[in-house]
Write a protein that binds this ligand. Sequence first.
Ligand code: CMX
Length: 468
Amino acid sequence: MWFCRALTKVPLNQSFVRLASSGTDLKLALESKIDAERKKVAEIRKNYKDIVLSQTTIGNMYGGMRSVVALLCDTSNVDPNKGIRYRGLHTEEFLKQLPKGDCGEQPLPEGVFWFLLTGDIPTKEQCKALTQDWYKRSPLPDYAENLLNNLPQSLHPMAKLSCVITALHNDSSFVKAYNSGVKKTEYWKYYYEDSMNIIAKLPLIGSKIYATTFCGDKSKKVMNPELDWTANFVKLIGFEDETFTDLMRLYFVIHADHATGNVSSHTTHLVGSALSDPYLCFAAGMNGLAGPLHGLANQEVLKWLGDMKKEIGDTPTDDKIKEFVQKTLKSGQVIPGFGHAVLRVTDPRYTCQREFALKYLPDDKDFKIVSKLFEIVPPILKATGKVSNPYPNVDAHSGVLLQHFGLTETSFYTVLFGISRALGVLASLTWHRILLMPIERPKSISTYDLLKLIDKKKTSEAKSDCKK
Ligand code: CMX
């Protein structure tokens, strides 16, 4: 990255963090970064466009594009051996440095959004201003309330989330601006507005999905201006415990971003590259998050633990757990919550949840099973000889924490992941418009053409062997 440093004195996502300027308007704070970043990117595109980042092989194409570097993400990056970094800060660093809620020890999701968007750690005052801004944007239009009241109660909460976000496209400020002919360099302003409106409405949307699905409650709810974004959500779903509120802050902060290559983030970005508005982009991302190999794994973990307890009891021996793990593998299923496409160590997002559990629920029976799995599963997965990362990921832990505090409806868990993921993918999406990223269009190849190519390569190799 030598050329980047040469281009500007202070890159936005460098690893040392500046404190934010004193203003409390996030849009102005963001705007103040734009000229320098656009200039930097324009220079990179002009002068260094031929530098090779990585090559694509046939193995990459059939292997889900692992290790192909082809996407831009300034909000976060994933180090295989150290985990996620938000704007250059590792998990333990951003958990420590971001402003905390009024009760508890965990950072405010408001601060994460500010940080991901601007690269600056906000002050508590700036977080409070953002809470107020989101509060003003939070009310749901009647058509969204009606839609959620009338979707089948049995519809999966993630499908409900996707439906209502898609419907809110009706109010997109980007669509209006685009139709009125606004300039391309100004698109980001409307992406920002739509993104802020989505995030602001998520506590009401999430709680409405919870109420209609699990309680048959169709009443209209409103946010409380005295509470932060997370505390509002927790109250709206009927919980009072301050430790649980703190847990939800931790949850929303650590699930927010994981670079652009994962399915939910990449989908959001890809759909945005066609200039679909943030509602359509985020809904698409949520459809990807709803897959069992991605965000739905948090629901799958609890289902799997439930099946395990039914079969071997809720205080199982190590040997019984080993047998159950082996049985799962033999039946051709994955062990949910273990493995990762990029990480090669225990996910630090798992570790910080474990630390929370050790502090607040060390004697919880399910936590004890999760702790045993932490020891038992990796050697078994390693022994298969094919699993690239045998260690637990973020989803291996979250469910037992939620269960402990009484949030037992497992099909709701991926909605919580989605609410959090909005912070990262919408910050990134706004930046993609700021940086004028073009429509994404990688090239595809047919098996027929691939075979022709292989044949050609073999012939030329044979010819060069003959010459030798
Ligand atoms: N249990 C059993 N087998 C596993 C496994 C697991 N937890 N993780 C990987 N494998 C298997 C793969 O299915 C694959 O098998 P085949 O060659 O027979 O197809 C093989 O090991 C190699 O896969 P890999 O390179 O290790 O993993 P991938 O990058 O292909 O996939 C992931 C990554 C996360 C999809 C995979 O580890 C998995 O399915 N884990 C369980 C589901 C899960 O927890 N997902 C959540 C991930 C985090 C998130 O996005 O929220």
